[in-house]
Design a protein around this ligand. Structure first.
Ligand code: NAD
Length: 386
């Protein structure tokens, strides 16, 4: 008998121009007037936070910008952000950006109200108290953080990526406007989009998946698979941008209530050691992990191939898995995603650290085929050979 639970308290608003209604939704949901807008330098260059701030001001809110967010966001910036939150006497936190801005905003909403450091929560030394209300305006189509209950932060002193995970970190409001993703450069579009596909694929096939996650994953995969090459080649293709944003939302709803697996464990290890952009780090491990897992979850991978439309129902499971691997190889190639050996920052002498970090990641247990250190070593070898 199937049994599962699924709950999500995020109010989701999706559509072209949806961000223009931000003030209306903040009022409707009872957010206070003093808003800390959390964003980064790339977004400031694109001019997006400035126009959101101006329109909030026109509607009677008091926005204040906090722009000190880095890719693979740092705990020390979260602490500075929490200080800014307190000094401004903010009522709520609004993230404008990709996963880095959204995760920093979640941490600020927690630390600004409860104190402490991100590691104290992630390591279980502090309990999660009430956060300030959080709203997210994603500007990448990748992480799904606008609907998840986690925040991935890098601890500066140890350089490990830690995950804060609690229902209190789930945003109260997610406003998804494809217009905000049009300025995303092609290489970042490609890398963040691969992250979204991996969320759907791992959320759909991991050991803790469940029917609602699988339904979201099945809907997300074909959208992302088809739309990403279009958005990559034609950045102002609004239909492709919209499909990508929807795909990444659905993928977030998929893995947000199941888990990710070995691709993400290796990707987070790589990000910890070298600051490799998260989507790129996922992309270089995708095929080697799929090959490793295929013997354990061939029929699920065959279903993934059918959902993505790269294998028809008549193909055997084995042939459908082969078609999936071929299709994803060609897809990554079309997106000009480099292989692991082409990443200049990666050093072979760090292999054992990578393996240890991946193994220590809690999501290793959710991988559909069990993994020991030697299995991670073999996957790493294959990633280098590609
Ligand atoms: P990101 O937020 O680091 O952004 C990448 C770059 O793109 C930045 O330089 C940013 O300025 C730029 N950018 C973003 N939107 C833009 C736009 N519209 N126009 C121009 N430039 C733009 O990238 P990301 O992949 O969205 O986030 C990665 C982070 O999210 C990682 O730290 C990862 O671990 C985390 N993550 C979190 C979750 C979660 O559920 N909390 C899930 C997956 C990943």
């Amino acid at each position: 008998m199937t049994s599962f639970s699924y709950a999500i308290a995020t109010d989701i608003q999706f559509g072209e121009g949806a961000s223009r209604q931000l003030a209306h939704h903040l009022l409707r949901l009872g957010f206070g007037r003093r808003l800390l807008l959390v964003t980064d330098a790339g977004l400031m260059e694109a001019g997006i936070p400035q126009s959101v701030a101006a329109s909030l001001q026109e509607s009677g809110f008091m926005p204040q910008l906090f722009t000190q967010v880095q890719p693979n966001p740092r705990d020390e910036d979260c602490l500075i952000g929490a200080d800014a939150f307190l000094r401004f006497r903010a009522d709520a936190v609004i993230a404008i950006g990709g996963g880095s801005a959204m995760d920093t905003a979640k941490a600020i909403a927690l630390l600004g109200r409860q104190g402490g450091t991100p590691a104290e929560y992630a390591d279980g030394h502090r309990t999660y108290g009430a956060t300030a209300p959080i709203a997210c305006l994603p500007t990448t189509a990748g992480t799904g953080s606008e609907v998840t209950r986690s925040a991935v932060i890098t601890e500066t002193k140890s350089h490990r990526k830690i995950t804060l995970k609690h229902e209190r970190l789930r945003p109260a409001l997610a406003v998804l406007d494809p217009l905000l993703t049009r300025s995303l450069p092609p290489a970042i579009t490609a890398a963040t989009g691969v992250d979204a596909l991996v969320h759907a694929l791992e959320g759909y096939t991991c050991t803790v998946t469940q029917p609602v996650s699988q339904a979201f994953g099945a809907a997300a995969m074909p959208l992302i698979y088809r739309a990403l090459p279009k958005a990559y080649r034609q950045p102002d293709d609004l239909a492709a941008r919209s499909d990508m944003l929807l795909g990444s939302l659905l993928a977030g709803l998929c893995f947000g209530s199941s888990d990710v697996a070995a691709v993400h464990c290796l990707a987070e290890a790589l990000g910890s050691l070298y600051d490799t952009p998260h989507g790129l780090a996922n992309a270089v491990f995708l095929l080697p992990v799929l090959r490793y897992n295929a013997s354990a979850c061939g029929s699920q991978y065959a279903n993934v191939a059918r959902h993505m439309g790269v294998a028809d129902a008549k193909l055997s499971d084995g042939d459908a898995v082969a078609a999936l691997l071929d299709a994803l190889g060609a897809w990554l190639h079309d997106l000009s995603i480099p292989t692991l050996s082409r990443l200049p920052e990666v050093r072979r002498e760090d292999d054992e650290r990578l393996v240890a970090l991946a193994l220590a990641n809690g999501s290793t247990a959710s991988n559909p085929r069990p993994l020991a250190a030697d299995d991670y070593r073999a996957i790493l070898e294959e990633a280098y050979r590609m």
